[in-house]
Every structure is written in C-alpha cells, then in structure tokens.
Design a protein around this ligand. Sequence first.
Ligand SMILES: Nc1ncnc2c1ncn2[C@@H]1O[C@H](COP(=O)(O)OP(=O)(O)O)[C@@H](O)[C@H]1O
Ligand SMILES: N[C@@H](CC(=O)OP(=O)(O)O)C(=O)O
Length: 455
Amino acid sequence: MKVCKFGGTSLASAQQIKKVANIITADTSRRIVVVSAPGKRFDTDIKITDHLISLADAALSGNDTSSGFRQIMERYEEIISGLGLESSLLNDIEEDLYNRLHSSRKDAGLFTDTLKASGEDASAKLVAAYLTATGLSAQYCNPKDAGLLLNDPPAYPQLLPEAYGRLAALKDNEAICVFPGFFGFTASGVLRTFNRGGSDITGAILAAAVKAELYENFTDVDSVFAANPRVVDQPVSISHMTYREMRELSYAGFAVLHDEALMPAFRAAVPVCIKNTNNPEAPGTMITAERDFSEQPVTGISADSGFSTLYVSKYLMNREIGFGRKLLQILEEEQISYEHAPSGIDDLSVIIRSHQLKPGQDARIVERVKTELAADDVHFRHDFSMVVLVGEGMRHTTGLTARAAAAIARTGANIEMINQGSSEVSLVFGILKHDETRVLRELYQEFFAPVYAEL
Ligand SMILES: Nc1ncnc2c1ncn2[C@@H]1O[C@H](COP(=O)(O)OP(=O)(O)O)[C@@H](O)[C@H]1O
Ligand SMILES: N[C@@H](CC(=O)OP(=O)(O)O)C(=O)O
C-alpha cells in the first residue's frame, strides 16, 4: 500500500485535479491520498490557505469579510464546474465555511486554525467526489473519526503517539481514503493545524501508521535539487538521499518537503519519494535511511533568512556554573526557542528565529540578561541567514570547511558564525541576509560546478 500526498500546486485547478486522478488510477496500490488546499495556479496567485488566513484576520479585527469569502468560493466554484461535479458540493463547502466564520472567536488562534483547515477539508471532499465520478471507489476521511489526535495548545502541535494505533485501521478501508492534510483534533475535540506546509506531516503520519511500502509526496518539480531552483539556475537533481540529509535541508529552506515529515517516516522505515504531478513518469527523489556511497561529499546546500543573534559577553563566563542555563531560562520565560548556541570563553551567542520576537521584546531580553546575569555586553543583531551544507559524506572529507569558507570569502561576505560538528551531516554558516543569494550561488559553484564539467 502506498500513501500519496498532493501539495497545493497539484490541486490548484480542475486541470491539476484531473492529473491527480490519473496518477491514482495508474497504480492500484495508491490507497490513501492526503491533500492540501488548492495552491497557486501561477506565480502571483494566492493560495487558498493565505486567503483563509486573511479572512480570519478580517473577522478578528471586525473588518468586512464578504469579499474575502466570495474570492474563496469563486476558486471552489471554478474547480467544481471544471470537474463537472454537482453544485450541491459547492453548497456544502459554502455552508461549512460560513459556519466556521461564525464560530467562536474567543480564542483567536483556534478560530484561525478552524478557518485555515477548511481549505484542506474542502479539497478532500472535492477530490473524493471527483475520483468517485471517474468510477473509482473513493471516500472522504475525517481526521476526527480516523483519530488524528494532537496535543493541547499552547504547546507546539504534535501527534499524540497513541494515535498511530487508531490510524492504522485506515489500511483496512475498502475504498480509497481521501484524507485532508494539515490538521487534527485534541482529545477534547478542538481542531488544531500543524504549521505551514503541514500536509506533508499528515502524509508521513498516515504512511507510518499503516506501514506503507512507500510515501509518495507529489509536488511541482521533478526532484529535489541540490539547491533552491529559484535561486540557482538549473541545479543538479538529487536521485537518492537519506532522511537525515532531507531533514537538515528542509529545516533551512528546501520548501519542497516539511522538515517534520521525515521523523514519522524514518521511525517506521517508510521510504519517501518526491515526485512531480506534472511529470509523474520522472523517477523523482528517493529518501531512505541509507544510501550508496558517492564521491560527492555535499548533497545539497540550503539557505534560510529570518534569524537574530543574542550576543552575550561576560568575563569568566566559562568559570560560572549555570550561566548557560540561566540565560536559556530567560529565553524560556520569554517563550523563545533557540536554533544554535555557539560559544567562546567569555562569550555566547544564541541564534533564534526572529519571528518569535514581539515588538520591544528584544530590548526587554537584553535588559534582563544584563541585570539578572550581570553580563558585560549584551545585544541583539537581526537580519541573519543560515546557509547549510548537507551531506552524509562530509564527515569523511577533509578540507571541506576551508573550501566553503574560501568560497564565501570570494563573495566579500563576512562569516558571522560557524556551527560545525554538532550534526554529523551538516555545516552551518551564519551570514547577513543581504549576502545570502551571492553566497548560495558561490557555494553551489564550488561544490557542484565540477559535476557539470564532467557531464
Ligand atoms: N532544493 C529544492 N528542490 C526542489 N524544489 C525546491 C527546492 N527548494 C525550494 N524548492 C521549491 O519547492 C517548491 C515545491 O514546494 P511547495 O511549493 O510547498 O509545493 P506543494 O504545493 O506541492 O506543496 C518547488 O516549486 C520549488 O520552487
Ligand atoms: N495548505 C497549507 C498546508 C500545506 O501543506 O500546503 P502545501 O502542500 O501547498 O505546502 C499551507 O499552505 O501551509
């Protein structure tokens, strides 16, 4: 049995949904189909999920919601008529959206989640109806009935491990199960979404639960490339990589697969294949626990912006027992998680995702660290990017950091931070955001241009 997930671009229009149906029809082992909300039809288009977030924002701030509501319904109307489906389905979707919009707004986050999730829910109903219309036996599956149980807010949304047992029953479904991605329910029945791109996680969870032979993740590119194709011109394809490599790359910018989608597949030893809905014959990228040794030490290079650094200096910091704990405790109390924490004898930098900082919070944290820890120098710096080189072969290769540092130096960018050795498969460079594109292209040239030369 295979679990297939189709991303927003694969469901953006009636024409795309027809391709999805052909893919499912072509292989009878594709029994569980996880869908995202309709995504972008063209570069400047707006995803249904973004429309839904705007609609929730408008409702919460007491603004007009009618035009946002209409725009969303127009997308569904176009899809339903393009697929020749009954208009009663459109009425059901409209009624459902209306009810969600008029549900309790007491908890703004949960209200927004309820609206956001409607995109995936409507998509699953549409796809199930279309598959049925083409003669397949297919059924919409409700995550609540199926038992996709999540932890309670405000903790970061995660599956409760006991959910796997109930979800395993999906493999006994007679009909093809069309399952909305991106959301689940707490034990008390409250709807919660994963964070953006989270339908990939749903797909991985179901694949693990039913112990699928393969988790196919259909998107709009033939494979995972060694660098973001929007930044590097025609990067080389990766035919095979490990879960660890993909996790590190998707953590920092490879938007093609959510980084949290790797662990469920890894734990259940389900191979993952990234494939293209627009070119399903292409072999795609296989992701497994091991891969054959290759001459190429670096598998991929990713880059992501939106980082801030909290720099703390205190003479004899290395002798002060508990300094690091106290610093991290301040961040914990401020509800901030951290990504890296490189340190020296008297200095420590804590790198965080900037979006977590509320207005004025950085100044408050600086003040707290200064007074509570009697630090000599404390300041925040913003607008950093992390560039990450990833490859299973890296730890066996000498001189790699020197090559990467020399390539970065050629761009004129300054290396603000290096994190090497914490992970066996990655090497992280902190640089200023405005250097990111140049650095990524130069690193790509350094490690992948010889591949072109050999072709
Ligand atoms: N290294 C990479 N390899 C392939 N695609 C990448 C990479 N980095 C970023 N992407 C982008 O990821 C996109 C696919 O992810 P996404 O937009 O989330 O698709 P979907 O709608 O199918 O979920 C591609 O169109 C591509 O632009
Ligand atoms: N629709 C949600 C969840 C998702 O996974 O979408 P996509 O598969 O289009 O990345 C989002 O936009 O975040």
